[in-house]
Design a protein around this ligand. Structure first.
Ligand code: UGA
Length: 436
């Protein structure tokens, strides 16, 4: 099937390449000429495992192309809209400028019978508003939220755990859902749950899922705060409650909390939308989820300061990690970088290392010192702080090896990812988050 994908960021670029890899003819469209040039060469404009391979394959097969020209969308049967919905500069609500612009620019190129499939995360009610603009063209608007995780985006797109389609009522909606089933034929063939619903439910499924995940993380981080004043160990607590299948151990990783381009802004946008709907109190807890999350960054800074005797001034502190999570070069609202910036603000000589995110981090925070090589980064450090749990730091940095390089023996484990006993046995003062 011929498809267009409007927006070639973390979501759209992966979606375009993944759809080509399952046999569709796909054109990816973005306003950013630089990004389009890179993608057209079959290169990934950001770090995402597996993306490079499917881009190269797609371009070589002739099924995948990229352009800045919206007119290239004409002739496609389904047009996916995957542009960003960032947090507004002056508030919590989502900024829909890019979604509105993408749909408005697409409209002149639509033909009757086309499907416009929104993938961006939007406030509930957006699809109904956009549909008013799409309907006069004879095309059908549907909402098909995306649940991919960065770092696993290719796998999550090609083989998602569920598909959701918000469609208009009646035959038109049924026809649109059938077309979407053709698009995702490999998932449909293996009976992946395919939920057909209305616009509002589809939009809410996405924000509810992210709100739940954020709540789960903040729940365990709240337990970490209690553990810190009682001497309990939050990782053991998580293991123990996680054995209850109703709770589950995943997303109970206590530490410096969640960041990235989705969870933080999505819970804020959800709060803002609920307020608009007169139901602010229904999700008032999300404010607390946000507050707990941000407090954990303060706590990590406090641990480093205390561990270094009450002041970090003039001390060399090496941050292992800059990305908001491993297997990504994304630094949007990265807790790791936030901790780095705060420590520098307190006068520490901060060095940051990361296997993938240094270039992005340097652009945003040029005031920090970046060292690519992990061992060079920790050389002569007074303290080492794990802030992104890459395997390079979590599994592949034996404490004895670190001891030979650093000046001090202080390690703060902002992700509870290190083997505390091994670090202590090697003579290090180990500080975890919510662990004795
Ligand atoms: C999140 C959702 O997991 C995806 O399902 C969703 O599609 C995506 O947002 C989106 O809306 O586009 P992502 O932002 O890639 O995906 O990252 P997550 O894996 O959810 O991690 C978010 C943050 O939570 C990271 O900073 C991570 O370090 C942190 N985290 C995660 C914890 O602090 N503890 C945990 O136990 C798990």
């Amino acid at each position: 099937m011929k498809l267009s994908v409007i927006g070639c960021g973390y979501l759209g670029a992966v979606h375009a390449a993944a759809m080509a890899s399952i046999g569709h003819e796909v054109v990816g469209i973005d306003v950013d000429q630089r990004k389009i040039d890179v993608l057209s060469k079959g290169l990934a404009p950001f770090f995402e495992p597996g993306l490079q391979e499917i881009l190269t394959e797609g371009i070589a097969s002739g099924r995948l192309s990229f352009t800045t020209d919206m007119a290239a969308a004409s002739g496609a049967k389904v047009h996916f809209v995957g542009v960003g919905t960032p947090q507004q500069k002056d508030g919590y609500a989502a900024d829909l400028t890019y979604v509105n612009a993408a749909v408005d620019e697409l409209i002149p190129h639509l033909a009757p019978g086309d499907i416009v499939a929104g993938k961006s995360t939007v406030p509930v009610g957006t699809a109904a508003t956009l549909a008013e603009r799409v309907v006069p063209t004879g095309a059908t608007l549907i909402w098909n939220p995306e649940f991919l995780r960065e770092g696993w985006a290719v796998q999550d797109t090609i083989d998602p755990d569920r598909l959701v389609a918000g469609v208009p009522a009646g035959d038109e909606g049924e026809r649109a859902a059938d077309i979407l089933r053709e698009v995702y034929h490999p998932s449909v063939a293996k009976s992946t749950p395919f939920i057909v619903t209305d616009y509002a439910t589809a939009e809410l499924v996405k924000v509810a899922a992210n709100a739940f995940l954020a709540t789960k993380i903040s729940f365990i981080n709240a337990m970490a705060e209690i553990a810190e004043v009682t001497g309990a160990d939050v990782t053991q607590l998580a293991d123990a409650i996680g054995h209850d299948a109703r709770i589950g151990r995943r997303f109970l990783g206590a530490g410096i909390g969640f960041g990235g381009g989705c969870l933080p802004k999505d819970i804020r946008a959800f709060s803002a939308r609920a307020e608009e709907l007169g139901r602010g109190e229904s999700v008032a807890f999300l404010r607390e989820v946000d507050a707990i999350n941000l407090r954990r960054r303060d706590r990590a800074v406090e641990l480093v300061v205390d561990a270094l005797g009450g002041s970090v001034f003039g001390k060399k502190v090496t941050l292992l990690g800059a990305a908001f999570k491993p297997h990504s070069d994304d630094i949007r609202d990265s807790p790791a970088l936030d901790v780095a910036v705060r420590l520098r603000g307190l006068g520490a000589d901060v060095v940051v290392t990361d296997p993938a995110a240094i270039e992005n981090a340097r652009r945003l925070h040029p005031q920090l010192t970046y060292v690519e090589d992990r061992d060079e980064a920790i050389r002569d450090a007074d303290a080492v702080v794990l802030v992104t749990e890459w395997d390079e730091y979590r599994r592949e940095l034996p404490p004895e090896h670190a001891s030979a390089l650093t000046a001090g023996r202080v390690v703060v484990d902002g992700r509870n990812g290190l083997d505390a006993a091994a670090w202590r046995a090697a003579g290090w003062a180990y500080y975890g988050m919510g662990r004795p």
